[in-house]
Write a protein that binds this ligand. Sequence first.
Ligand code: ADP
Ligand code: ZN
Ligand code: ZN
Length: 733
Amino acid sequence: MPPSSPICSFALSLPVYQLFDYELDGDTKYAAGTRFKLPFGRGEKLGILVSCNKQQLFEYKNIKTVVKPLDDDPILSTHLMQLASWLADYYCQPLGEVLFQFLPRLARKTEVMPETRVQFWSLNTVDDELLLSFKSKAPRQYDILCALKQSDNGLDALQLRQVHDSWHQPVKVLQDKGLVTKGWRENLPVAAETGQPGFELTVDQQKICDEISPHLNLFLVHLIHGVTGSGKTEVYLELMEQVIRQGKQVIYLVPEIGLTPQLLRRLQSRLGQSVVSSHSAMTGLQRYQSWDQFKRGVAQVIIGTRSALFSESSNLGLIIIDEEHDSSFRQQDGVRYHARDVAIKRSQMLDIPIVLGSATPSLESLFNVQKTHFRLYRLDQRVGQSKPPQIELLDCSQIPLNTGCSPKLLQSIKEHLAAQGQVLLFLNRRGFAPVVMCHECGWQSTCYQCDARMTLHQSVNKLICHHCGFSVMLPHKCPDCGTREIRHYGVGTQQLEEFLKSQFPGIDVIRIDRDSIKSAKHFEARMQPVRDAKPCILVGTQMLAKGHDYPHITLVGMLDSDQALYSSFYRASERLIQTVLQVSGRAGRAEKKGQALLQTAFPTHPLMLNLCRQSYSELVEDILQERKMVGFPPFARVVTFQVDAIELALALQKLNEVKQYLSEIDSGSTVKVIGPIPALMTRRVGRYRAQLSILANETHSIRVVLQQLMPKIQAIRNTQKSRLTIEVDPLDL
Ligand code: ADP
Ligand code: ZN
Ligand code: ZN
């Protein structure tokens, strides 16, 4: 006999494609998206209810029973459950892992969620006579009554503790007497100033707002291509205000927010205190608080990185993605998805607009404009007088460099500092030196668990692998031949910093990279001379290229961009162009004219020449033509299967199984298969990696293949020995 109680399916946070069935004790109905504590193996796990009253196709043996959920209400709305299933299906990721990705970290445990509001106590009307009567007979109660009387909106526990260490008891007595009332208040970030008026929009900004505003109630993808400093953020702000006025909420995604408190302040001061943020530098509790305040509609805007996209809202009116080209929107581990593309899907499901913005839009987005899927708006001028600097090449093919710098670059730095300007030097390589070798026998410092060199970090006298974090002391003698001829080659940011300090004594040299910056506070403190408009030199990696607005930088120098010219990464030239334009765009934001110098040993390379002569649109058009010719994205859709295993042969063997399944599928030969081949960096963190890719000209062909392939692939078990991961629309091939 089948059990009479309903059978429910749950998603668990496990890297498997199946759901888990349990019997529900009692006949209360629960909505999908509700959290349950489930008995699992010998322990317990959190499960999210996916469906109830499942039709029983067979009789269960020893099915486990669950009694009641953890929370009264579902934690995920029907809409987010649908978005999660779309994501799981489109990106071929296990539904359980996707659903857990949607939850704030704090909600992924089998615990009840904390209260994010703060308790406070306030005074009911008490006349002075009554108040005075407390003075002698109950002095503690009297102190508390006085403090409450003086406060504007009552006092919370922290504030009451300042009145009296043992405030609990007297407050309780006052409450019982009906003189004091307990309440809850929101713990929202307080903006220094609120409701600041915006700028009067420029003609170009106004035009964009006028074109988008009439369509705020329907799904459309708007792409704003605006040079750095052209006032895109001001356009977002204007649109956000309109949406908030309609009583709706906004999700605003950025690549980086922990290090750019300016932006949060700008939003808070313009839109009031209804802006909360969410990023990885925040604690789990802080992030949950933002999530909860946004969910309850107490905050109208949430600004954050990638995962803020999954913020719950019953009233979402707009999604904004700034720097939409940025690769940080792609999650590269765990659940593999692209936040921009999922955001577009979410907007479509809710029939609301989405605004993408960038000075260097992705080729995917520009291609979507060509196909009329996206609407394009342009801001070609900076606000005010300044212009993005023209890029100049510094030919260093024939001249020796001094710690990565050509004499001309050093001369320019000197001139800009003398003219009270600030200098930004971009070198995307942290550490002291990337190569350590024996001059005698050629020994190199390679990582014992990766196919990679270890970087010298001289401050700690260690060799560190940037891929797995493994480190060893710098050897005194060559491990192979025993001589003391160990030398380092190449320049990293640490070495550049030391060199510049010796070249420009008395000038602040500020290094910004992952080793030098430990927190947002630390970053703010380091950047003080930059804000003070003092002549100084900023040295930094990619970390400096993102979204910072420092108006006093007049010179930008890019030291080592040549690697991109001979990289095997097919997006290398696209990335180079984007980085060069983004970094050079940091120069000359205020009245002072900016200069951007690009050092290269290949000054006649067409790409280098074009970088100086052409606009972004022209540069990208060339790349699009190339991609079309070779049939690469955005003209093709790609799915990559990756296996990492304890041996290369095993990785290849697993992928050959996938290839075998593929050959059994009738795809009408519209799908091209590449591989299996060893990955570019085959050995990483001690495991061997190989990959197999499929390409097709249109999404439909890929979907057809995946539909048939996935049931078979789902049967391939992941073990300690080998793990298969799938990437749909990967950034690399
Ligand atoms: P983007 O987001 O394109 O980099 P921002 O919106 O940050 O550009 O604007 C660049 C600078 O110009 C900022 O300092 C901003 O305060 C200023 N700005 C933007 N719009 C206006 C305007 N309409 N009038 C005056 N200043 C403006
Ligand atoms: Zn040697
Ligand atoms: Zn390593």
